[in-house]
Each structure stands twice: as C-alpha cells, then as structure tokens.
Design a protein around this ligand. Sequence first.
Ligand SMILES: Cc1ncc(COP(=O)(O)O)c(C=O)c1O
Length: 331
Amino acid sequence: MYLAQYPRRQYTEGYTPIEKLERLTAAVGGANIYIKRDDLLGLTGGGNKTRKLEFLVADALRQGADTLITCGGIQSNHCRLTLAAAVKEGLKCRLIVSEITPGSYHIGAGGNVFLYHLLGAEDIKVIPWGSDIIAEMEQTAAKAIEEGCKPYIIPMGGSNALGALGYVACAEEIMQQAFFMGMPIDHIVVACGSAGTYSGLLFGLRGNNCHIPVSGISVLNSQEVLQNRIIDIFTEIADYLNSNVQIPSEAVTCFDEYLGDGYTIPTAAMIEAVKLVARTEGILLDPTYTGKAMAGLIDLIKKGYFKKDANVLFLHTGGSPGLYANMSLFL
Ligand SMILES: Cc1ncc(COP(=O)(O)O)c(C=O)c1O
C-alpha cells in the first residue's frame, strides 16, 4: 500500500527491532517467541500510540489546529503519548480521563498521571467511568473554540481509520523485517483495547496478500464486541484508502479469556507473565495491556495452540509507565 501519499509526522527513526526471546522460549517450552519492540517507538516512553499519532497529528497540523483533545482511562498511555506529541509539535493538549474507582485520580497516583503533569497538560478533566466521553470531548472542544483556540479531537485510543494507518505501516515493516531476517513468521499476538492496532495490522497484512494469522487478546471487551469493532474499523480503513481489500470475519481471531474481571483489573496470570518476561529477558511489560496479552500467549503455547516449532511474534505495544502506578502487585 502506498502510504507515503498521506501526511505523516515521523516520531521514530527507522524500524523497531524484532528480537528472539531465547530464555522466555526455553522457560515456556514451546513455540519460538519473538518480540516486536514497539515499546521502543519515539515520544515519551514509546508504545503503539506513537504510530497512530504520526498520522493523526499530521492531520491536525494540516487543519491548522493548535490544541489536541483526547481521552482515556486514568493511566492512559494514549493520553500520555498524545500529550507528548503535542509538546513536540508546540501544540496545547487537554485530556479527559475517566475514573473506574472514584477518587483514584490524584497527583500521587504515579505512572502516566505523573507524566501528564510533568509534560504540562493544559487541562485534565476527570469524569466517572461510563460517562459519555465523546460528548465530554466535544464540550471541551467547544470551550476551546470559545477561548479562541483551534481544537482537534483524537478519538479514544487513536482508533479511527487514520490512526490505524500506523499499524498498516507496521504490518509492512514486519513483512520487510521477516524477509531480511529470512524468518517466516507463523503467527502474531497482540493486545486489543480500542482495536485500532489489531485492525490496522491485519488490514496491512491482508492488503499485501500476507496471510499470517493474528490473535488479539482482549483487555477491555467481550470477544463479540471486539470482533465487531475490528470489522467496523476495517471498513473505515478500506473506505479511507479507497481500497477493495476485504477481510473475512473468519480471519479475525480474538480471545477474551485473559481479561479476568475487567479492564485494568489485575489477574494472577498477568502478574506471573510480567515477572517472567522481566526476569528472563529484562523487558518491561505493563499490567493493563501487554501483561494480559503475554499471559494469553503463554497459555496458548501451553495448550498447544501453536505448533512447537512455530515462530510466534508478540507485538509489544508499550505501557510500562503503568507499572509504576501498580508496584505493589509485583513486590
Ligand atoms: C500499551 C498498550 N497496548 C495495547 C493497547 C491497545 O491498542 P488498541 O487500543 O489499538 O487496541 C493500548 C491502548 O491503549 C496500550 O496503551
């Protein structure tokens, strides 16, 4: 796909590495585990949102915006990275964060909350979980306009067609790297929240006639809700690119059994997976996304879902600042 025709800011120099996790592979005792280090992407602390923001922020600048508005949970990697992109571009940034547990947002909450303050968010509005967050962003934008600003709203997780182009590009990067490494990838595993990462990735693979299966590990929604969301985003991407690539619903594979009691609620398997990857590979995962996704990958290997000699690529989507808001889980 010829993505160079779409405006893009560049926040990372070159490709993120693909590394073989020899010690983790030995510890789990199954398929060969590789990792794509998107935790090393540019902007503050890296992570998957950096790729989406390259396209979203370019669009904001093209429209003459001077203020980015977005939303997320309290420990939102997406809010942190949107704010970091705003700082880098000399824009202002207003955040709306929703609290699952009342009172849990406070300056001492650590992790991403600390970074919102360090990076100098212009405004942070805290709302209860389940409020109409889209309406809140629209109200914030209306207020910014009244104040003479030019706001640009970035949707939750940066997961619209434009943001997902970041992962269409990532799919092409992975195919190139596999070619140069001379290593066929048999399977990709990724955490799924707002689903833009999964959707962009699968679209990029299929659009290049590459049929590597992608397993999405849900950290937010039921399998059914996630699957429908992915199909909606595919349609949006195809419309945006004016492409006739079609993704059959059988190509979408997601698992919701690693979610536990819900979004951000820790599971024992997540804690074990975060510790195991830290202690075998020195790589930091996070409690909300990549820890649960890795717990899923390990369980799927143990269940024999992947062949013993398969090459499985885990997409590390970042999030490690969240560890510092949840330290007691890992002590
Ligand atoms: C670290 C991390 N991994 C994975 C995801 C999920 O990505 P998506 O929302 O595109 O499904 C997020 C989203 O916030 C994230 O912060």
